[in-house]
Design a protein around this ligand. Structure first.
Ligand code: AMP
Length: 441
């Protein structure tokens, strides 16, 4: 199928071709015609699926013949983070450039002064892309009103709720006209999203990734047993031996981002830290340098890493495991975007093995554990004794103990010293909604 059969006008088809998009992705094939028909959409869409263009193109198409009044945008895109707001704004702007009539797009996100955003709202605006808190600040300053909104998009709705924006969302929904089109995009479907969906959407077209097997990203996942204090040397070893041009490393804390990035820099690896307490300017600078290929490694926390769209990111390293299964989905979604392949490497220290097994179980995954020559762990890592998942809370039977002994014996078999020769597992995109677990509790 090509873009021409989706009902888009010639200006947008031209814009799409300029971007080098040869064919629509699965989510675009399903969502674009539905949005053009004015239907509500409920899409299970991970980052990298092409979801932004899936809503940006049809919204731009109907805005090309609409005239907004002053301070009253016609389309509102709500996103969880500033970085995502900027990215979504870029996508809209790139496509809008080829349209005959100018389309005014304003980004309203926190971390920067509100004044330029208030000024930008003067006159007629077509689209506002906003984080919920800043949007409400602008409404409270009478800088804009939401009563003319025709289309609402909730992008990464699950992250929005995770970040505690439920109250803000409710307030914003109360300010919107009853009659409107609502589009909800979410990578995961915790219970909170289900109730939001019921409240928000009317007779939606439901788009699920499992209906589109080709949309599943080709992600190879590895799990390496390693002692906690050997993780940085292992990371350096992988960066050298695997030759990844760009690597996103996830750690648990702000301190760890600085610490790991510093250690890498001391070993002549061009690395920077990205965390929520950096100034907006520093965050933008680190991201642009990484995107431009000036930085080899970006060491980030989950908050900063969310929604980052980096083309050609071949590798993600979970230096620290994520706390929740949903965060795991979001992290690995940074790689293998738009049909490219990618690799995710998990560092598993002895105390993290049970937690990782739980992530595997929830994700319907089984990843072969590896040990790399020269990095064998000293701490004993409890081996999985059950092919189907964890053993949490279960007393070991005689059979279990026997299996465990066999598994430990298995480990004494020498492992290949070329890491990439070790067996890895392919990602299976979850076919069931995942629960929003905080397994660290
Ligand atoms: P998204 O899921 O919206 O974050 O998009 C992920 C990446 O896919 C972006 O870098 C887009 O430029 C790219 N992309 C979106 N649609 C297509 C397409 N039809 N063909 C190729 N790349 C695409």
């Amino acid at each position: 199928m090509s873009f021409t059969s989706l009902g888009l006008n010639s200006a947008l088809l031209h814009a799409v071709a300029e971007q080098g998009y040869a064919a629509p992705t699965a989510i675009q094939r399903a969502a674009i015609p539905a949005i053009l028909q004015g239907r509500d959409v409920h899409a299970a869409a991970h980052t990298g699926s092409g979801k932004t263009a899936a809503f940006a193109l049809p919204i731009l198409q109907y805005l090309s013949v609409a005239t907004p009044s002053a301070r009253s945008p016609l389309a509102l895109v709500l996103v969880p983070t500033r970085e995502l707001a900027a990215q979504v704004g870029d996508v809209f702007r790139v496509f809008a450039r080829s349209m005959a009539h100018p389309i005014k797009i304003v980004i309203a996100s926190g971390g920067v002064s509100i004044n330029p955003q208030m000024l930008a709202m003067r006159g007629s605006i077509h689209i506002v892309i906003a984080t919920p808190g800043r949007l409400l600040d602008l409404v409270d300053h009478n800088a804009l009103q939401l009563s003319a909104i025709k289309t609402l998009v909730l992008d990464e709705a699950d992250r929005m709720l995770d970040l505690g924006f439920a109250d803000e969302l409710n307030r914003i929904l109360g300010l919107l006209p009853e009659k409107r089109q609502s589009l909800l995009f979410s990578a995961t479907f915790p219970d909170a999203i289900k109730s939001l969906t019921a409240q928000l959407l009317h007779d939606p077209i439901v788009i699920r990734p499992e209906q589109h097997s080709e949309s599943r990203p080709a992600i190879t996942q590895r799990a390496i047993h390693i002692d906690k204090d050997k993780r940085t040397p292992l990371l350096r070893h992988l960066l050298q031996s695997e030759g990844w041009p760009r690597t996103l490393v996830f750690v648990a804390t702000k301190y760890a981002t600085e610490h790991v990035a510093d250690k890498l820099r001391r070993n002549h690896i061009n690395a920077a830290a990205l965390h929520g307490e950096l100034s907006q300017g520093a965050r933008t600078q680190a991201l642009s340098a990484f995107k431009a290929g000036e930085l080899q490694v970006l060491v980030a926390t989950d908050l900063a890493g969310r929604g980052i769209d980096i083309e050609h990111l071949p590798a993600v390293v979970n230096y620290d495991l994520p706390r929740s299964t949903d965060d795991y989905v979001h992290r690995i979604g940074r790689t293998a975007r738009a049909g490219a392949s990618g690799i995710v490497v998990n560092f598993i220290s002895a105390d993290c093995e049970p937690h990782f097994r739980l992530i595997e179980k929830r994700q319907q995954l089984r990843i072969t554990r590896e040990q790399l020559a020269g990095f064998e762990p000293n701490s004993v890592v409890p081996m999985p004794i059950d092919r189907h998942g964890g053993i949490k809370g279960k007393r070991k039977s005689k059979k279990d103990k026997l299996r465990e002994a066999l598994a430990v014996a298995d480990q004494s078999v020498p492992l290949p010293d070329r890491p990439s020769a070790a067996p890895a597992s392919s990602f299976i995109w979850p076919t069931k909604p995942t629960r929003n677990d905080d397994t660290s509790k």
